[in-house]
Design a protein around this ligand. Structure first.
Ligand code: F3S
Length: 753
């Protein structure tokens, strides 16, 4: 294990450290003294402190040292802006940025790409120069989808990878623990802080038998989603094991792991297999494959490893599934699907079939899909529904162009879109149906929430394997079952489609296509990060002010929020996402969804200075301009929802000091601390009711110490001043964050000393 094997072929100096991982694991083993699951082995081998770390599944918080960070272009903007504000010269861990989310599908690959490069120029220029400056690998628009690029180039067996996208979990197909995180977590790791994860539980999925015919890896996860529902994986790592697990190709395992996000799993992982070795060899990484083989005993679960729950799936009996509409866990086997369409009144005509995306665009997927399309063409028929292909990467596109599958798709009537997310993330200028018109589409993607693909809430979006998508596209009807139903050829004669066939890996190797990677230059000091001062999409961040060392007195309550206040209420998505790289502009959505107790309305609060009723962000700005700090009062589980860092950045930017609630969603609480704010909770939750929106408060910040409550003095508008005890969960390092103004300021201070 002492070999020096590089993590990938693109970076110098980043090595795979199986020796260290194995040492860490030995320490943990001697402490726990029980067999470990694969997920436990990979996590514990990345512990920051294997000797001292508390380890209890579902309870303790693990401090981990990930091997790498990946960001997509939408989430990278704020992550990198924050990283820059720390003033560090380069990222502390290997990091890449991938331009895939901002390319809209309109008329076809090349033209759509050119248009996106034009529209998003300022974002791409910023990302490419910032990457060059801070030693980050940059994948230009057109290179492909983040998770496909990671699988082809960066994921290695046993790795711990975090990425600012929920489908980062795709890397589990190559035996990595790859986990989707919020921008704030990515920034921590980029800056060299350990990353914290609640010790997960483990769901073991035992695979027996072997797939054949029309059944594909996608059906494993479609079936599992039906069993667990969208919440069933929450807080858990899903581990596949059993004899069937080794029969799945690495890219097929990637598909299964990818869609683990749809059941809420922290991530999913497959045991190291010979198929993975083959995939590593095919993608130019034989040395990594050999190295992993030497370490293979630690890349599979221990004999007798215990799962919190075990689910068994027999691949020999597994039917193709179609999941949806509107939710990925509504799983229907193909034999029952036609009935379900009728019973539910789903639109029967299929309008569009879409294959590709990060979930399903491997060479295996493309060759199988092309074999079905070719079968139809040989019978003189083409796609009845519209048909699109989003290749997962330039390498996949170039390889299928060389080997003929791409031409088959075009001959079949398909449109090959840019190597990007496209319709999967709603980047789709769909023209064939009007907004509000009920219709059906089917894709090989992973998510099918209302409106996700085309912004039309009446679109019934189904997900399935690419094989099913192509077959249905030929028939143009949701009633078609290729396993039992006949089609008519060009002369009206009946025939049945042959089950798909395909190659797991290209016989002639992959064709890399156009080089779309920008490595960081040797001389990075002279690189200027480009942010136009007039931009409304991007804005450089200045470090937040440190604490002034005093108690804060006479603060107005910006809003006393009533009931559910999620990160969506605090920082709405939708049209605001355009400004996610511009803190000042996006702050105009701060708390506009929260309900004010004073009037039961959203986004209408009374300005304590002027007495005027105004929008929440405008009122906060007025206080800020007058040098007045403010607080928010919140209810239970404040800040639940996605781990959006903007929900913590915005109140800090607009001059807030403390958020005082009955309780917090933990990630939001930590995010607030990172930005130098005080998340505090009522020691007695009933005190929430004693505070009125018109009251003023003093926060005795000087009392802040580990494990001690903080006093809030309340000055009611009419009435006697009283005191309320507030609890807080700051530890020593986090108190430094507050004192220095933010976690990043603290990092910067340390780096200077
Ligand atoms: Fe992109 Fe859709 Fe995957 S948005 S990253 S292709 S889930």
């Amino acid at each position: 294990l002492d070999r020096k094997v590089k993590q990938n072929n693109l970076e110098e100096g980043n090595f795979i450290n199986y020796k260290k991982m194995s040492e860490n694991l030995a320490i943990v083993r001697s402490r726990l003294n029980r067999p470990l699951t694969l997920g436990e082995k990979i996590l514990y081998s990345h512990l920051d402190d294997p000797h001292g770390q508390d380890i209890e599944r579902g309870a303790s918080y693990l401090k981990l040292r990930p091997d790498r960070v990946a960001c997509q272009d939408a989430t990278a903007q704020m992550a990198i802006l924050q990283f820059m504000s720390a003033g560090l010269p380069s990222v502390a861990n290997p990091t890449t940025v991938h331009c895939d989310h901002l390319i809209e599908a309109q008329i076809g690959g090349a033209k759509d790409l050119a248009r996106a490069i034009d529209i998003n120029k300022e974002v791409y220029d910023f990302l490419s120069t910032a990457c060059a400056k801070y030693n980050i690998g940059f994948w230009k628009p057109g290179s492909g989808i983040i998770h496909q690029i990671l699988l082809e180039n960066y994921i290695f067996p046993g790795a711990l990878v975090i990425g600012t996208d929920s489908h980062t979990v795709n890397g589990g197909g190559l035996n990595a623990l790859a986990i989707g995180v919020g921008g704030a977590d990515a920034v921590d790791v980029m800056a060299g802080l350990p990353w914290e994860l609640k010790a997960p539980k483990y769901i073991g999925v035992k695979l027996t038998g072997q797939m054949s015919g029309w059944t594909a890896p996608k059906d494993i996860i479609c079936k599992l989603a039906g069993i667990t529902t969208v919440k069933g994986g929450t807080g858990s790592i899903v581990e596949y094991f059993g004899p069937g697990a080794d029969t799945v190709s690495a890219t097929g395992a990637g598909t299964v792991a990818n869609m683990g996000a749809e059941i809420g799993a922290t991530t999913s992982v497959f045991p190291f297999s010979e198929n993975m070795h083959k995939y590593l060899a095919a993608t130019g990484r034989s040395e990594i494959g050999d190295f992993a083989r030497a370490y293979a005993h630690e890349l599979r679960p221990d004999e007798g490893a215990e799962y919190d729950e075990v689910i068994e799936i027999n691949l020999s009996e597994l039917e193709p599934h179609i999941n949806g509409p509107f939710t990925p866990d509504l799983a229907t086997p193909i034999s029952k699907f036609s009935e379900a369409v009728k019973a539910n009144g789903w639109p029967e005509e299929l309008k569009v079939g879409l294959i590709g995306s990060c979930t399903n665009s491997s060479y295996e997927d493309m060759t199988r899909s092309a074999s079905i399309a070719r079968d139809a063409l040989e019978h003189g028929i083409k796609a009845k529904a519209a048909f699109t292909v989003t290749p997962g990467s330039e390498q996949i596109r170039a390889t299928i162009a060389r080997d003929g599958q791409l031409q088959t798709f075009e001959e079949f009537g398909g449109m090959v879109l840019a190597n990007a997310c496209g319709p999967c993330i709603g980047q789709w200028d769909r023209q064939d149906v009007k907004k509000g018109e009920s219709n059906s589409i089917i894709s090989s993607y992973n998510r099918n929430f209302t409106g996700r693909n085309d912004g039309n809430p009446a679109t019934h979006s189904f997900v399935a394997s690419p094989d099913m998508v192509v077959a249905m596209t030929i028939a143009g009807s949701l009633h078609f079952n290729p396993l039992t139903d006949k089609l008519k050829d060009k002369d009206g004669n009946e025939f049945m489609l042959q089950p798909p066939t395909g190659d797991g890996l290209p016989n002639r190797g992959y064709d890399p296509g156009t080089n779309t990677y920008q490595a960081p230059p040797k001389d990075r000091a002279s690189v200027e990060v480009v942010v136009a001062p007039t931009s409304d999409r991007l804005q450089k961040l200045s470090p937040f002010q440190p604490w002034d060392g005093k108690d804060a007195t006479d603060l107005p309550i910006l809003i006393k929020a009533q009931g559910k206040t999620t990160t969506d209420h605090i920082s709405m998505a939708g049209p605001w996402l355009k400004y996610r790289g511009h803190l000042d502009n996006i702050s105009n959505n701060m708390l506009i969804g929260a309900i004010n107790e004073a009037n039961g309305e959203a986004n209408k609060v009374k300005n304590a200075v002027t007495g005027d009723w105004d929008a929440v962000p405008a009122t906060a700005r007025d206080y800020k301009s007058k040098g007045i700090k403010w607080v928010v009062i919140g209810d239970w589980n404040y800040g639940e929802g996605s781990s959006r860092e903007h929900a913590a950045l915005e109140p800090r930017h607009l001059g807030g000091l403390a958020i005082i609630t009955r309780s917090f969603a933990r990630i939001h609480e930590t995010n607030l601390k990172k930005q130098g704010m005080l998340p505090l909770t009522f020691a007695d939750p009933a005190d929430y009711d004693k505070i009125k929106p018109d009251d003023k408060v003093d926060i005795l910040c000087t009392e802040l110490a580990v494990g001690k409550p903080v006093t809030m003095r309340v000055h009611p508008k009419n009435g006697e001043t009283f005191e309320v005890k507030l609890n807080q969960t700051f530890n020593e390092p986090q108190i430094e964050w507050f004192k220095n103004g933010s976690a990043l300021n603290t990092m910067a201070k340390k780096a200077k000393n």
